[in-house]
Ligand binder design. Structure first.
Ligand SMILES: Cc1ncc(COP(=O)(O)O)c(C=O)c1O
Length: 384
């Protein structure tokens, strides 16, 4: 009998259908999805433009590599022009967030000839050996960390002092996701940017979770007055299809030689078709605007909830964290039984990553069920 290694605990339901902001289980129960496969379905389940682009691609060719440039990759590159920061004109496609981080680190090593890295407390950048080295949580990292990494305090401008002429790169999330949904301040990012410029280090901005419209802007860093040297994106960019990318400035790629990187499936025509459909959705459906508007409504209302269990409500757009005074496990289970899927960010932060499609009614349901789950938990604990 073959079984899956249980890295993730089971949520006890089998999801068999997804449409827009909803999923259905095998018993026919419908859920409002604020889990979205760790945020990958931010464009909604089966976004129509992505589904159509994939169907068209399936009917022509499923496999080529960058040695044989595909039409779908060319279409993708021309649309990326409309969403990437103007100086980040060098792009490469990968399959997952963690692979994008690996490539970003390689590029920074190559461009600077250095190998020291600076990351931050509560960072999360993925589960492969390089990205794990710059991930803060010792529970994930210990026993696997390979690279030469220092961890500065997130949001402390003093961390800029840790950048030196030995630093290859500083890697930062504009809003930490897994680490507890913690927005960075503009002052912090600007200080880090300044220190990178003064020391010739590369600034890697990891927008795998915060990017692609989720926070009310295409890129969360853009409201903080900085420009990355390397940007990484993933999760929702292919509308749920596995694809990720890095975009880099010229100085980052200028010393690269052919063969220094590669990926069998990276930039696969199906992945590029999905990304093409994803970018069309982002641009044509006003995704950042809608996400910003519904996010503001949700954050405002969540901050009004009076509960002894809430320590803080944080977030931007539809990237929302409710820090509790307790482990979130029972709340997440209760929400599921009430028809809402949510996830955690660490032990005590309830994370909501709903699709941009959530309507006013959906927002009301989310708020009502979160409040009711908190009230139920309070009375279970005898807190009135
Ligand atoms: C900021 C950030 N970077 C990288 C990753 C890794 O992405 P993946 O799980 O697709 O490898 C994640 C995943 O949660 C993430 O949140």
């Amino acid at each position: 009998m073959i079984s899956l290694i249980s890295f993730y605990g089971s949520r006890g339901i089998k999801l068999v259908r997804g449409e827009g902001q909803y999923v259905w289980d095998s018993q026919g129960n419908r859920y409002l999805d604020a889990h979205t496969g760790h945020g990958a379905a931010f464009l909604g389940h089966r976004p129509p433009k992505v589904v159509q682009a994939l169907k068209d691609q399936l009917d022509s060719i499923m496999v080529t590599t960058p040695s044989f440039p595909s039409e779908s990759m060319e279409k993708c590159l021309s649309l990326l022009n409309r969403i990437l920061p103007s100086n980040l004109t060098n792009v490469y496609f990968q399959n997952s967030g963690t692979e994008a981080i690996e490539l970003a680190l390689k590029l920074a090593f190559k461009a600077t000839g250095r190998s020291e890295l600076l990351a931050f407390t509560n960072s999360f950048h993925g589960r492969t050996l390089g990205s794990l080295s710059v991930t803060w949580n010792p529970k994930y990292r210990e026993g696997y960390s390979l690279l030469d990494v220092r961890f500065g305090k997130f949001n402390s401008i003093d961390s800029a002092d840790l950048v030196s002429d030995r630093t290859a790169a500083v890697i930062v999330e504009p809003i930490q996701g897994e680490g507890g949904v913690k927005p960075s301040t503009s002052d912090f990012l600007r200080e880090i940017r300044r220190a990178c410029d003064e020391n010739g280090a590369a600034l890697i901005v990891d927008e795998v979770q915060s990017g692609f419209g989720r926070t009310g802007r295409i890129w969360a860093h853009s409201s903080r007055g900085i420009e990355p040297d390397i940007l990484t994106a993933g999760k929702s960019i292919g509308g749920g299809f596995p694809v990720s990318l890095i975009a880099a400035k010229d100085w980052i790629v200028k010393n690269l030689k052919g063969g220094e990187h590669g990926s069998t499936h990276g930039g696969n025509p199906l992945a590029c078709a999905a990304l093409y459909g994803g970018i069309r959705t982002l641009l044509e459906d006003d995704v950042p605007l809608k996400s910003g508007r519904q996010g503001e409504k949700m954050l405002g209302a969540l901050r009004e909830i009076e509960s002894k269990l809430i320590r803080e409500v944080r977030g931007e757009g539809l990237m929302i964290g409710i820090e509790l005074r307790i482990d979130t496990g029972s709340i997440i289970r209760d929400l599921q039984s009430k028809g809402v899927l949510a996830l955690r960010a660490g032990r005590n932060v309830l994370r909501l990553l709903p699709p941009y499609l959530v309507t006013d009614d959906d927002v009301d349901i989310l708020l009502k069920e979160v409040e009711s789950a908190l009230i139920d938990e309070q009375s279970r604990r005898g807190l009135g």
